[in-house]
Every structure is written in C-alpha cells, then in structure tokens.
Design a protein around this ligand. Structure first.
Ligand code: PBG
Ligand code: ZN
Length: 324
C-alpha cells in the first residue's frame, strides 16, 4: 500500500500515539555510573573535574555518601575507578588488599544494594601511565596478565559483583577467569572491554584521573578506529575466554560496532559513552548551541544500536529525568 492509503504521519499525530509506538526506551536500570575515588582526598572531600564539568573525584567517605544518594534516586550500578596515593612501574597499588578501590567496594557493598563493578587496569597505578607493565618502552603483554588478574581477584575479595578489565592485553579474560575460579569466585562476573578503541574521546578522563601515558600512546594495544571486523574477533575471543558481558568503547562514534557485536553474539552488551562524549555535549549546552535534549537523543541512540547497558557520566541526569 502506498500514499494516500498509507500515511506514516497517522502514527505520529499525538504524544499518546507516539508514546505507545515507541520502539526504544531508556530505563534507569540501563545505566552504570562511573565514579572516581581518590585516596589522597580527606574525609568528606569532593574535587571538581575541570575537563568534565559537573563531575567530581570523591574521597572514600564522600563516594559512599554519593552512592547512597544516587541509589535513593534509582541507581542500580556503579563502576569504580581508583586514584591511588602511590604509583610504581608495576602498578602494584592496584591489587592491595586495602587499596582505595578495595575499600570503596567493601563500604559501598555494606551501605547499599548497588551492583558494584570495578575497572580493572593498571594505568592509574603505574608511574608511566600505560595499562600494562613496560620494558624498554614496550608494553609487555604476557607479563602484565598476572598483575591484572591479581587486581581483579582483590576486587572480588572486597565484594565486587563485576570486574571490568579495560587494559586490552591479549588473554587477560582467561587469566582473570582462572584466578577467580581457583579462589572460588566462580560467580564473579567479567565484563570485558572487548572492543576498546584508541580514541581521542578519552582526553577529559585522562586529565580527570591522571592516567595519561608518559610516553607514546596506547595504539599497540587499543584498537584502530578504522576497524570493524576486528571488533568481532576481539569479542569472540573474550567470550571464549569466559567474558559474561562485552563492552564497546567509546559509544557514539562506534554505534555500528555496538550493533554488529550485539547482532553477532547476542550476549549482554554494554557501551561506554566516554568522557569526551560527556564533555562535548556539556560544552555545547553550556555555550547555548544545544539544548539538554541532545543528551537524551545521544544516549538513546546507544540503546537503539543494541546496548543493554550504558556506562555514562550523564547517569545522574537520567535518574532525574526518567520516570520510576
Ligand atoms: C584505560 C581507561 C580509559 C578510560 C577509562 N579507563 C581509556 C584510556 O585512557 O585509554 C576512558 C574513560 C572515559 O574517557 O570516560 N584503562
Ligand atoms: Zn588502562
């Protein structure tokens, strides 16, 4: 049937009609809030992040308070990033029993019912800022796996529900799954960054957590933005190694990757709408070029592309605007 029998505008004629026909909806449960916990901050202290207006670094106690407030507003999950007071070339402060993330996990699990997820990486904990161990300016793969796995185990021991390796070393999902299982953490979930691209959209985050590499870049381990088929190989390998949830990162410039990973594997898929996506929208709104509706439309597109979960610094905004 075609015009005039078929009229597409019939189905758009009122808010009520549009409401009942909406294909994609965002729910509060879809959101994961990334939080930055900084060991050096004093009790109750919060530090604004210059490159991410509206976002903060939290002391341990203020992170717990913030988590409680957001839970009241309907938050389901948080993703914790740590900023340790000590760094070394191996990133050993990433797996200290009493490290900042480990303590934050413990307290937030005690004080809330949130799903607690942790970033597993070494870059915030190494003096050189790379995600693995280095030798002669090379980022070593196999030698990095042990410290990554120990980090994941220490998070699981603290009570993390989900560990999220973001380092992009080959074989780390298997190394983590093995160490977790040997230590009877069979039920700790692995959410792996299967397709993490070497992206310019991470810039505000690196300033936020002081994790910019001191030399070189991350292109020998993070993916080339030109590659889509390679993302499917990465996803397949992570699944074979035991990943439960796959992450695509960044999100907005990689909607095609989100869609193809979801379509190909049909496993729970998360997308990380990264700091640069947050800050560019914030800047556009601040300048008066955009309205806040651009936030909704951007995040909606990530869900429409196939993401089940969205990691976003806009999570508090959505807890305000979404019903229930
Ligand atoms: C590295 C890491 C990155 C982000 C979180 N952990 C990327 C990077 O610095 O290469 C980016 C998060 C964001 O931009 O919001 N393990
Ligand atoms: Zn890293």
């Amino acid at each position: 049937m075609e015009f005039p029998i078929t009229r597409m505008r019939r189905l758009r004629k009122s808010p009520q009609i549009r409401n009942i026909l909406r294909e994609t909806t965002l729910r509060k449960e879809n959101f994961i809030y990334p939080m930055f916990v900084k060991e050096d901050l004093k009790k109750g202290q919060i530090e604004p992040i210059k490159t991410m207006p509206g976002e903060n670094r939290f002391s341990l106690s203020s992170a717990v308070e913030e988590a409680k407030i957001l839970e009241e507003k309907g938050l389901s999950s948080i993703l914790l990033f740590g900023m340790p007071s000590k760094k070394d070339q191996y990133g050993t402060s990433a797996f200290e029993e009493n490290g900042i993330v480990q303590r934050a996990v413990k307290e937030i699990k005690e004080e809330t019912n949130l799903v607690v997820m942790t970033d597993v990486c070494l870059c915030q904990y190494t003096t050189h800022g790379h995600c693995g161990i280095i030798e002669n300016d090379h980022i070593l793969n196999d030698e990095s796996l042990e410290n990554l796995a120990r980090t994941a185990l220490s998070h699981a021991e603290a009570g993390a529900d989900v560990v999220a390796p973001s380092d992009m070393m080959d074989g780390r999902v298997e190394a983590i799954r093995d160490l977790l299982d040997i230590n009877e953490f069979q039920d700790t979930i692995i959410m792996s960054y299967a397709a993490k691209y070497a992206s310019a959209f991470y810039a505000p985050f690196r300033e936020a957590v002081s994790s910019a590499p001191s030399f070189g870049d991350r292109k020998t381990y993070q993916m080339d933005p030109s590659n889509a088929l390679e993302a499917l190989r990465e996803a397949e390998l992570d699944l074979m190694e035991g990943a439960d949830i796959l992450v695509v990162k960044p999100a907005l410039a990689y909607l095609d990757i989100i869609k193809s990973v979801k379509d190909e594997f049909n496993v729970p898929t998360a997308a990380y709408s990264v700091s640069g996506e947050y800050s560019m929208l914030k800047a556009g709104i601040e300048a008066g070029y955009l309205t806040e509706d651009a936030i909704f439309e951007s995040i909606l597109s990530i869900k429409r592309a196939g993401a089940d979960l969205i990691i976003s610094n806009f999570t508090p905004h959505f807890l305000e605007i979404l019903k229930k």
